[in-house]
Design a protein around this ligand. Structure first.
Ligand code: TRP
Length: 452
């Protein structure tokens, strides 16, 4: 067999903790702390949460295992992985979807990450106002419609691509190892604080008591999209990261623990946000503004509020960086491996595309707010198209590919590290990939399009 030229040995994550920390770093981000509460708030709380948890367990974890298996089994990016496993097939075309989705996501994501920098800086300077619902709303509106948001977006992307030029193992791993545990601790502290708020009970019952009359097709689609978004699935992000795994990384365990941690962070965020929403008489349906308008209230009640606020937004910013780094890695590794660009050029090209998208999304709250398609601004459209359509489609293709097209032996080999340990759940995993995940995704799609 002809040997493919390998340019350099592929980098691997140095330690097992490093691999998990990087996966968790990728999955824990604005998706958990900003997007989850606002989606849950808009889609009726408890009903959304139930769908979300079902999606994570039955679709998310299996698809994550499938991505891991493909990534580590081939040591390629999404495009190369499909090509290597099925030469001449059309499967690799889904790599293009992944790359498109990664650029759409990074565009709106870096705008929100830019807001976190603004809030961090303003809290540190003591200029963040905490005067009440009206003024928090005004303050937030002023930020997102003004030029500062564009500047922060650009700064965020500059930092992101700066980190990326540092390489895989060093830059990403080191940061994730320290920051993620710290973020987790801080969230727990704020949760304890929630407990003492007057709206605690209302907030908790909003989040945890399902009102099944609210269970509409769009709630299900929202939960499906959120699950894929939060777990970084469907566009080959996990595949790319798994291509840096060592041969003895336990794939199923890594997938399950990452999903558990990711979901806990989302729940913690919910437990922080909703009691505050009800305590301060705000609406859970504020949309993307929710977290940014509610949290200043929470911090203002705490002794040393500015300090908490600075620390929180700093950590949220870092959580966003570890996520966008993984998103950017998808296109960078594609340009490097498939287009044979040097890493520097690949990074510059990705940065240029992300910058264009980011600026468009940042402007979509101000000068471009009237430029809409299907009633959505660029920001909303990019989010909807990527999260609710492209990610589930990417996950669907991956599940079908690993479940039906690949030999059972491939999956078995990866899940057991070539027989080094047992994996009794292989049958269930395959069943989920062959039937449950594809059928559920299809049903949710048809349902939300009004065909069922
Ligand atoms: N999961 C991340 C979050 O919750 C976002 C993210 C990072 C992502 N990489 C991804 C989403 C790849 C989809 C695909 O913030």
């Amino acid at each position: 067999m002809k040997k493919e030229p390998e340019s350099k040995p592929r980098a691997v994550f140095a330690t097992r903790f490093g691999a998990i920390a990087a996966i968790v770093g990728s999955s824990v981000g604005l998706g958990n702390i900003w997007r989850f509460p606002y989606e849950a708030g808009m889609h009726g709380g408890g009903a959304f949460l139930i769908c979300y948890i079902i999606c994570v367990a039955l679709l998310g974890i299996p698809v994550m295992c499938a991505e891991f298996a493909m990534g580590r089994g081939t040591r390629r990016n999404i495009f190369g992985a499909y090509k290597k496993l099925c030469p001449g097939g059309k499967w690799q075309l889904s790599g293009y979807l992944g790359i498109l989705a990664s650029f759409l996501i990074i565009s709106f994501y870096s705008v929100v990450a830019g807001w976190t920098i603004e809030f961090c800086v303003q809290s540190a300077l003591g200029t963040l106002e905490f005067n009440g619902a009206e003024s928090n709303h005004e303050q937030f509106l002023e930020l997102i419609t003004g030029w500062r948001s564009v500047v922060w977006t650009i700064i965020f992307l500059a930092i992101n691509f700066g980190v990326l030029t540092g390489g895989v193992t060093k830059g990403i791993e080191r940061m994730a190892n320290v920051m993620m545990p710290l973020l987790f601790l801080l969230l727990i502290a704020f949760c304890v604080n929630s407990f003492f708020m007057p709206g605690f009970e209302d907030g908790i019952s909003f989040l945890f008591k399902p009102d099944f009359s609210k269970l509409t097709p769009s709630v299900m689609l929202g939960a499906l999209g959120q699950a894929f978004f939060s777990l970084s699935l469907g566009l080959g992000g996990m595949m790319t990261y798994a291509s840096y795994f060592k041969e003895d990384t336990h794939l199923a365990r890594t997938a399950a623990s990452s999903a558990l941690l990711d979901t806990s962070v989302a729940l913690l965020a919910g437990i922080i946000i909703f009691p505050a929403v009800f305590s301060f008489g705000l609406s859970p349906q504020a949309g993307p503004a929710l977290v940014f308008e509610v949290l200043p209230h929470v911090f203002s009640q705490l002794p040393g509020g500015m300090l908490w606020s600075t620390l929180f937004f700093l950590l949220l910013f870092l959580a966003s960086i570890t996520s966008t780094v993984s998103m950017s890695e998808i296109s960078i590794s594609y340009f490097c491996d498939e287009k044979k660009l040097t890493r520097g050029k690949a990074t510059a090209l990705s940065a240029a595309i992300a910058l264009t998208g980011g600026i468009i999304c940042a402007l979509s709250f101000g000068p471009l707010s009237s430029a809409t398609l299907f009633g959505m601004t660029a920001f909303d459209l990019f989010d909807y198209a990527a999260s609710n359509i492209l990610l589930p489609v990417g996950g669907f293709i991956c599940a079908i590919f690993v479940g039906w097209k690949l030999d059972r032996k491939f999956l078995a080999g990866q899940m057991t590290n070539h027989g080094h340990h047992r994996f009794p759940l292989l049958g269930i995993l395959r069943f989920c990939l062959r039937y449950v995940a594809p059928a559920a995704i299809l049903l949710i799609f048809l349902n939300s399009l009004g065909f069922l």
